[in-house]
Design a protein around this ligand. Structure first.
Ligand SMILES: Cc1ncc(COP(=O)(O)O)c(C=O)c1O
Length: 445
């Protein structure tokens, strides 16, 4: 029988789905039709527990009334306003709320529409900042192996995932990568921040990469404080602090991509707060508007903003960059309501309070067949499975399908299960999530 939606046949063919095995999906679709708080409802009317906050974005839970109403109000008042040489109040209100929540010293917010756009915006800011100050040799960008900064050309250039790069030509010039921070030989099954190798790994950045490039030619280093998309790689203790010191020593801007780690995911507003390391630039998106309307932002230190203001001629556009939908009225209204809700409901503190329970539940999977690592921080967990030889990803994908069958949404990347629930999660949901996984992993081929 063909699929029906709104009393008409639903044709799946015209939509070319992103990051999806289109042929496989269209042969056996998984369709979600509504959501509330911790649950989706699928097209068959089944309740699906959201173990991934959508795609790491619905931190306040689904369909929260204050956010939905703010969007509805805004849509009926000002649907759109051009953002170039024009403005509307809601964008300024959202920016003020965002910088009030920002890591200390980051005082200005530039709006984008996604994490990918935030990454590319941040890289352009870094390059332009040095150049506008006359430091014209700082033209190189360093990313990190296993980093994910979205899918635009800048993001894939500094990103460290071969599969996202190899089909797309030669990428940006002047980009190199530092080593990733994953050391399973010493740090497997770490609870929270791994113990071993943090300072050593950061020192290796200075010794190898910077000597190779001459530090005075490097504009910025961009890292995810905790790598999410490549499978929850928590940096060992001391790594980020040492990286900050190295950047300071060499006049290199440090960019934290907090698209996943921002907005309470790690039990504080930002990873920068959790690790007590202040970057020069922070990129964010996802949780900024609770996923309800696309929105991203780049936060910068005051000296970066002032660098642009001082270098440009009076009356000139200081940063020739922006998007038709930067600070879109609906997105701004959603962000404003979302940031209020995080504060009013104390959701970041709630994530911190649940971290221990979450950690215990995640590590209860240790010892099950094929489980070769469990790692966690805040309300994030990664469960890494042994791959079937020659079929990387197949085993975890099978777990994903079985979990969906059993009413639980998990996310998989390669053979790693990555979990990141809405911060409103209750202990009973945590039990259900890991209980289901325990069952599935217990008999996974
Ligand atoms: C760290 C990080 N940066 C950037 C992005 C890209 O965000 P978007 O898909 O909104 O472009 C993601 C998405 O998962 C991400 O995790």
């Amino acid at each position: 029988m063909s699929l029906q939606w709104n009393d008409a046949p639903l044709n799946l063919e015209p939509y070319w789905m992103p990051f999806t095995a289109n042929r496989q999906f269209k042969a056996a679709p998984r369709l979600l039709v509504s959501a509330q708080d911790m649950h989706f409802t699928d097209i068959d009317g089944r309740q699906i527990l959201d173990g991934t906050a959508g795609l790491w974005c619905v931190n306040a839970g689904h369909n929260r009334k204050p956010i939905t109403e703010a969007i509805q109000r805004q849509a009926g008042t000002l649907d759109y306003a051009p953002p170039f040489q024009m403005g509307h109040p809601e964008a300024f209100v959202a920016a003020e709320k965002l910088v009030q929540m920002a890591p200390k010293g980051l005082t200005r917010a530039f709006f984008t529409n996604s994490g990918s756009e935030s990454a590319d915006t941040a890289l352009k800011m870094a390059l332009a900042f040095h150049r506008m100050r006359g430091d014209v040799h700082r033209v190189k960008l360093l990313g990190r192996e296993r980093g994910y900064h979205g899918v635009n050309f800048g993001g894939i250039a500094v990103g460290g995932i071969a599969g996202n790069r190899k089909l797309f030509g030669t990428g940006l010039a002047g980009v190199d990568h530092i080593g990733h921070t994953h050391d399973p030989a010493r740090n497997a099954f770490s609870q929270g921040e791994p113990e071993h190798g943090g300072v050593e790994m950061a020192n290796a950045v200075e010794a190898r990469m910077l000597a190779l490039h001459d530090p005075s030619t490097v504009a910025a280093i961009i890292v995810e404080p905790v790598a999410g998309s490549t499978g929850v790689l928590v940096p060992p203790k001391g790594y980020l602090k040492r990286l900050r010191e190295i950047c300071d020593k060499h006049g290199i801007l440090l960019i934290f991509d907090e698209v996943i780690t921002g907005f309470g995911r790690l039990g504080r507003a930002w990873a920068a707060d959790r690790f007590e390391v202040t970057p020069d630039i922070v990129t964010c998106a996802k949780g900024l508007s609770n996923g309800a309307v696309p929105m991203g932002a780049v936060l910068v230190k005051e000296n970066i903003y002032q660098g642009f203001m001082e270098a440009a001629a009076a009356g000139a556009i200081e940063f020739p960059h922006g998007y038709t939908y930067s600070g879109h009225p609906l997105a701004a209204a959603a962000a404003s309501a979302t940031l209020d809700l995080y504060r009013e409901d104390g959701l970041f503190e709630r994530a911190a309070a649940l971290e221990h329970y979450w950690q215990e539940a995640a590590h209860s999977l240790r010892g099950l067949p094929h489980v070769k690592d469990v790692r966690n921080l805040g309300l994030v967990a990664g469960i890494e499975l042994e791959s079937i030889p020659g079929q990387v990803g197949k085993r975890a994908f099978s777990a994903f399908l079985q979990a969906f069958e059993q009413g639980v949404l998990i996310r998989v990347t390669g053979d790693i299960i990555a979990l990141s629930p809405p911060l409103i999660i209750e202990k009973a949901h945590i039990d259900q999530l890991f209980g289901t996984l325990q069952q599935i992993l217990g008999r996974l081929e």
